[in-house]
Structure formats: structure tokens, C-alpha cells
Write a protein that binds this ligand. Structure first.
Ligand code: BES
Ligand code: MN
Ligand code: MN
Length: 478
């Protein structure tokens, strides 16, 4: 049962209004990782709630309590739970998305104000959150708009769960999902989950995604002198925290991406010929990765190696050093306290819990080798488990049929290198299949400057999400 033609026409006819609504969403600076923006994340929770209420969804905003971020106690933004339809003869679909965004400043190198959605002549809608993840969340809203305005019944029972802390490790959400998955909870009776919060591999071919990497995020703190020191006075006189930290960080990963922490890479089985074929079959080239990275710097010239590095291998990235001198001029300081941040993207069977002891043992033994008198400490900031699912499930079949009907093309099946911490929680708490059905393209630049969503992806993506619901319904009545 493909989506009715009236639905597809409605989406085309209302495209301008949909873009306008996206620009309203983008104008709310819901940056979850920066305490000074927290009121805007609250505002976004309210805005999303109002929008979904207006198309007939019963909404509850759930208080998730407080958390501590950068030493400050803060109220968490309320999660938005929604319900529309309770027909026992229909399948019940739960959709998840997030309404918080990454930080963005014009001075980071944006060509336009990141919180003003700018429509480019080539059809790109540029603004923070356009692709990650406000566009896709509004895609669901657009679908409901049609059914509300035309008084057409939805083909499925709809449930939604939108959160405002995803970019900061989804704090408080696991507990909510577990609670609401029990009998009588908001997610009781859910038959499948659909998450639209990732991207195509390239700019041409739609994909369905069956895996995500997990994440362990760590901070190495090194302290020594009681205050910052003059390097002319104390250089070659005391143990310097920054020197220790750089040595330590250099023992984590080599320049080709191999993880040097004993036991981490070894947990993952090598791919057999059959698995390599899956990657060989994907519409992807070294040119695609180099174009999206903006430079010819791929780790290998072999497409399969590059794809496996992103999709089925763990990776370790060094992110930054807090407390290091950073600024204009050539300050001759010995920083007193420095913290190195790094993270490891995890794949099954790795979890933040089984990786932490390996990280801890490694950095402790490497620090001991330095013979430094400085003080050293390892912290885990946040974590998320990896997830892989079965692509032969009817949930994926429905999405495949829907993709073919909208894009006239078979989707590629991908695993993502990124993380959505709550995915495995949904799968385990509900015991149902989870599907990732992305809207945006591989070059959208999520988290980067000039993040964009192509207008065609927003509009066709809205049709795709709607069609997917019709295809799910078709399977339930077969
Ligand atoms: N939408 C992304 C997840 C994602 C990233 C999917 C890359 C596909 C490719 C999500 O908003 C995100 O950024 N997640 C964070 C999670 C982290 C803070 C726990 C990530 O992956 O860094
Ligand atoms: Mn996202
Ligand atoms: Mn993100």
C-alpha cells in the first residue's frame, strides 16, 4: 500500500510552509552542551510540544531531573512524549529524534548566521540543526500535518519520543525509555521503532542503516605546579603537565588509526570474504570521503578498508586539550593543569563498561613509565553502546519499499560510524526492531560549519517518512 497521491501532492504544495517552519525551529538556539543556552533548549521542548499538539498528538513533557555539566548543576530539558491513535488493528510505530543541536558561532567559519536558516540558490537550507536533527523531526510533523488538515486517519498508531540532550550523551533518557516500555507506559504495545537521525553515505543514493557505533568519552587530567609557571624560570626545572599529557596521548592511537590500547582492536573479529562483499557493494568511492572531508586525506585508497574503518571497526580520536595555552601571541607559560579529551567509537561486542578497564590499565601503565612526579587521573565523561540489527525484518522491508517508491532506487544498507546512545536501549527495552531511516545527505556537515539540508531531501524525505508508515501498515494487514 503506497502512500496516497494526495499525501505526496500535499507535501509538494506545502513545501514553502514546511521550510518556513524549519527556519522557526532553527532560530531557537537549543545547544545542549553549553549551559548558557539551556533556556533555549527548554523553549525548544515547548515549541516541539505545541507543534505536535497542533496536529492532534497527545503530548506529555517529562521532567528528567537535574545533571552536572562542567561543574554546574543544571535542569535537564524535558523530553517530549506523544501518542496519536490506539487502534488495536494497526501497527504501532515509535519514532525518536532530538531537538537539541551542537554549538555554532559565526566566528567558527560559517558563511551565514548559523541560527538563521538561509536558503541558497542551489536549494540548500543552511543552518545549525537543519540536518541534525530538526529537519527530520519536522519531517514527521509534516506527515502528521497532512493527516490532520485533511482529516485522514493515519495508517498506523503513532508514538514519539523527542529529547533535548542527545548531543550531550542523552542524559536521563535510558531510564525514561525503560520505564515507559513497561505495561501501561507510553511505549507499551510498540511494534517497531524508526529513527531519522543519520545520513546517506553519499549525495546520490538513499540508505537504510542497521548499525551504529557506541562511544566511550574520556578525560585525562594532569596537574603539577600550584599555578601556571614562567618557562624561562621553571623550564628544565620541574615536571611539566603538558609534556606528560602529550606523551600519554601519543600512546593511544597511531597515525593510521590503529588503536594502541592493548585489547581494544583485538575484541573485534576480522571481516570474512562475505562481509567484505557487503562493503564492496555500496555506492561509495574514495572521492566521496575526500569530498566530504574537504581534502585528499583518506587513510587508504581501498574503498572497502575505508568503509570498514568507519562502519565495523572501533576508532580513537583525540579531541582537545583543556588548560593548554590557546590564544594570540607567544605566551611563554607552563600550564599548571591540563586535561586531554579523547573518545573511542565502539563496535560489538565492545561496551563502555568493558572498554574502561582496558583504557585505565593502559594509561596508568604508560603514565608510570614517564616517571613523572605530576598527578594524573582518568575520568569517563559519557558513554553509549553500539548497536547492530537484522536487515531482513519487516520494518526494513517497509522502508525499502517506501524508498523505492519515492527515490526510484534501491537503498544501500549501511552501518554508521556515529552514535545515538538510546538506540540499543529502545531495542532491548521494547524487544522490537529498530530502523534508521535518514533524511539528509553525506555532505550535510552535521556538527560542522555551514550545516545544511537540501530542500529536496527535506521534501522527498518527508514523503519517505510518510510512505514508510503506509508500507508498515501494508505489512500488518497482509
Ligand atoms: N545524528 C548524530 C549521530 C550520527 C553521527 C549518525 C554521525 C551518523 C553519523 C547524533 O546527533 C550525534 O551527533 N551523536 C553523538 C553522540 C554522542 C554525543 C554520545 C555522536 O555521535 O558524537
Ligand atoms: Mn543527531
Ligand atoms: Mn549530532
Amino acid at each position: 500500500m503506497p502512500a496516497p497521491k494526495e499525501f505526496l501532492d500535499f507535501v509538494d504544495n506545502n513545501a514553502d510552509a514546511f521550510v518556513k517552519r524549519l527556519s522557526e525551529a532553527v532560530s531557537i538556539k537549543s545547544v545542549s552542551g553549553d549551559a548558557s543556552y539551556r533556556p533555549e533548549v527548554f523553549k525548544m521542548s515547548d515549541w516541539i510540544s505545541q507543534q505536535f499538539k497542533a496536529v492532534g498528538v497527545q503530548i506529555e513533557q517529562v521532567d528528567l531531573g537535574k545533571h552536572v555539566m562542567d561543574g554546574q548543576e543544571l535542569q535537564l530539558p524535558k523530553a517530549v512524549l506523544g501518542r496519536l491513535g490506539n487502534d488495536p488493528n494497526k501497527k504501532t510505530v515509535l519514532v525518536y529524534g532530538h531537538f537539541d543541536v551542537q554549538p555554532a558561532n559565526l566566528s567558527d567559519g560559517w558563511n551565514t548566521d548559523p541560527f538563521v536558516l538561509t536558503v541558497q540558490p542551489n536549494g540548500q537550507l543552511v543552518g545549525r540543526g537543519s540536518s541534525d536533527d530538526k529537519g527530520p523531526v519536522l519531517g514527521w510533523l509534516n506527515v502528521l500535518q497532512y493527516h490532520h488538515d485533511t482529516k485522514k486517519e493515519l495508517p498506523v498508531n503513532f508514538r514519539c519520543c523527542f529529547e533535548g540532550m542527545e548531543e550531550n550523551g542523552s542524559e536521563g533518557l535510558d531510564e525514561l525509555v525503560e520505564r515507559e516500555s513497561k505495561p501501561g507506559g507510553w511505549f507499551d504495545g510498540v511494534d517497531c521503532v524508526c529513527i531519522s537521525d543519520n545520513y546517506w553515505l553519499n549525495t546520490r543514493t538513499p540508505v537504510l542503516t542497521y548499525g551504529l557505533r557506541g562511544l566511550g568519552y574520556y578525560k585525562l587530567n594532569i596537574t603539577g605546579p600550584a599555578r601556571d609557571l614562567h618557562s624561562g624560570v621553571f623550564g628544565r626545572t620541574v615536571h611539566e603537565p603538558m609534556t606528560d599529557l602529550i606523551k600519554l596521548m601519543s600512546t593511544l592511537v597511531d597515525v593510521n588509526g590503529k588503536i594502541l590500547i592493548p585489547g581494544v582492536d583485538e575484541m573485534v573479529m576480522t571481516a570474512d570474504v562475505q562481509e567484505r562483499r557487503l562493503y564492496e557493494a555500496l555506492d561509495y568511492s574514495i572521492k566521496d570521503v575526500e569530498e566530504s572531508a574537504g581534502a585528499p586525506i583518506a587513510l587508504s585508497s581501498d574503498k572497502v578498508e575505508v568503509l570498514m574503518g568507519r562502519m565495523r571497526m572501533p576508532s580513537l580520536s583525540l579531541h582537545g586539550i583543556e588548560g593548554a595555552f590557546y590564544g594570540p601571541g607567544a605566551k611563554t607559560v607552563i600550564p599548571a593543569k591540563v586535561s586531554g579529551k579523547f573518545s573511542i567509537r565502539l563496535v560489538p561486542p565492545q561496551t563502555p563498561e568493558n572498554i574502561l578497564p582496558l583504557v585505565k590499565a593502559h594509561v596508568e601503565s604508560e603514565f608510570a613509565k614517564l616517571g613523572s612526579k605530576n598527578k594524573f587521573e582518568l575520568e569517563q565523561l559519557h558513554g553509549g553502546k553500539p548497536w547492530v540489527t537484522d536487515i531482513n525484518h519487516w520494518n526494513f522491508q517497509a522502508a525499502r519499499t517506501a524508498t523505492k517508491s519515492i527515490y526510484n532506487k534501491d537503498p544501500d544498507m549501511t552501518r554508521e560510524g556515529g552514535s545515538i546512545p538510546v538506540t540499543l536501549t529502545f531495542a532491548e527495552a521494547l524487544g522490537v526492531n529498530v530502523l534508521l531511516l535518514p533524511m539528509g545527505r553525506g555532505d550535510d556537515g552535521a556538527h560542522s560549519t555551514n550545516e545544511k539540508l537540501d530542500r529536496s531531501n527535506f521534501i522527498e524525505g518527508t514523503k519517505l517518512l510518510g510512505s514508510y508508515l503506509y508500507e508498515v501498515a501494508a505489512i500488518s494487514t497482509q
